[in-house]
Design a protein around this ligand. Structure first.
Ligand SMILES: *Cc1c(COP(=O)(O)O)cnc(C)c1O
Length: 405
């Protein structure tokens, strides 16, 4: 447990790392180093630096090894650039390709709004009708979470009309952790491309992206990765596409080969692997806090060790909340089908609940329900294993009991 490596809001139990991870204590120093380099060197900071890596030119490579370990990929399969929704659009340019009958997308129902906006706008961009072409798989009547068999069946039914399976790793609202390996295999079996949105999965659950084999994945860096508000997002492109210069892409000079980028020629030759999907100048200042946050995952023993601790903390929270009458935990009870987060349905109209809980010392997040069809809302609580403690989980349960029991 690396609680001492984070700044946590004073006198609060912080169970909101699923929304914004806390600040690593080393972030200010590592950001300061880049500000120093800028102050001392100006433009020459691109080529010169104090560390063994030199200047900022290859800045994205300084996070690749840690990030690759966190998502179970090879370093050249991942990079950091832009932001999640932007990367989702960019990777759909390459991997959502309409070919004849193949024009449909399978996705989870109730996806995060930004993902819905992205896919619907992409379908319209291709001149397609989202009503016809977007197939959303929902939980069965009376259930909160989506069965893997129903996902596979939907993929098989769409069959040779399926262009893309776009699925989330851990559902932002219900906390369900999906069987991504099975979903990737089912999509590929019918000849579709497969992409994952891992916003709530990265740094939360162990992932094996290279082995599971999706064509691409995207995530943000400010939730469980603790990279800071608006930190640039991460992306994965499977090795099988690393050298494919025929893939359509929206290109920019930072995705061009580093070896001759500054010859300023017109022809575009992409950098190998994920780095070839960069477009603009590497966002050094925005990325610097990741140099503080990403190494903490290895320091904590890696994702498997964190998962072990996460399961203990979440089980403890589950046991405590299950005893409070009137609350319904909608996240799966099976530890393998959830990550750190528990989502709890609270009946009744409670627009001030988040503020009331914060005033009582508990920072969580609350959203008016728009998925389950009730008049209440959903609290999301995430005891992130890098910094949350058993005592905090117990105290959080006491606060919930007092205010909602
Ligand atoms: C947090 C989150 C986003 C946010 O996207 P940004 O482009 O980083 O603002 C998108 N999709 C999902 C599933 C998320 O959980």
């Amino acid at each position: 447990m690396l609680r001492h490596r984070f700044h946590l809001p004073e006198d609060k139990i912080y169970l909101c790392g699923n929304s914004l991870g806390p600040q690593p204590k080393a972030a200010a120093e590592l950001l300061g180093q880049e500000l120093d380099s800028w102050r001392k060197r100006g433009v020459e900071g691109w080529w010169q630096g104090d560390g063994p890596e030199g200047g900022w030119l290859g800045f994205h490579r300084r996070v690749a090894d840690d990030l690759a370990a966190i998502v179970g990929a090879k370093p050249e399969e991942v990079t950091v650039a832009n932001a999640l929704t932007v990367n989702l659009h960019l990777l759909m340019v390459s991997f959502f390709r309409v070919r004849g009958r193949r024009c449909k997308v399978v996705m989870e129902a109730g996806a995060f709004p930004s993902d819905q906006h992205a896919i619907i706008s992409q379908l319209k961009f291709h001149g397609l009708d989202p009503e016809q072409c977007l197939v959303e798989v929902a939980p069965r009547e009376g259930e909160f979470t989506i069965r893997t068999e129903d996902i596979v069946q939907a993929i098989n039914e769409v069959g040779d009309e399926l262009a893309l399976v776009l699925w989330t790793g851990v559902h932002y609202y219900t906390g369900q952790f999906f069987d991504l390996k099975t979903i990737a295999a089912a999509g590929h079996a019918v000849g579709a491309m497969v992409g994952f949105d891992l916003a709530h999965a990265v740094g939360n659950v162990p992932l094996s992206l290279h082995e599971w084999g999706p064509d691409f994945a995207v995530w943000c860096s400010y939730k469980y990765l603790n990279g800071g508000p608006g930190a640039p997002g991460g992306l994965f492109v499977h090795q099988r596409h690393a050298d494919d210069e025929t893939l359509p892409r929206f290109a920019g000079w930072w995705g061009h080969r580093e070896s001759d980028r500054f010859l300023m020629r017109r022809d575009f030759r992409p950098e190998q692997g994920a780095a070839g999907w960069q477009i603009s100048t590497v966002p050094v200042i925005g990325m610097a806090p990741l140099l503080a946050s990403l190494p903490l995952f290895a320091e904590a023993g890696g994702m498997d060790a964190l998962r072990q601790r996460s399961m203990e903390l979440t089980a403890r929270l589950h046991t405590g909340i299950a005893k409070i009458s009137g609350l319904t935990i909608i996240t799966p009870a099976d530890p393998n089908a959830r990550g750190t987060q528990l989502s709890v349905y609270v009946p009744g109209h409670r627009p001030d609940l988040e503020h009331q809980l914060s005033a009582a010392g508990l920072v969580v997040d609350y959203r008016q329900d728009n998925l389950l069809g009730g008049d209440g809302g959903v609290l999301r609580l995430a005891p992130a294993p890098l910094y949350a403690s058993e005592e905090e989980v117990d105290a959080a349960v006491s606060i919930l009991e007092k205010m909602l029991g």
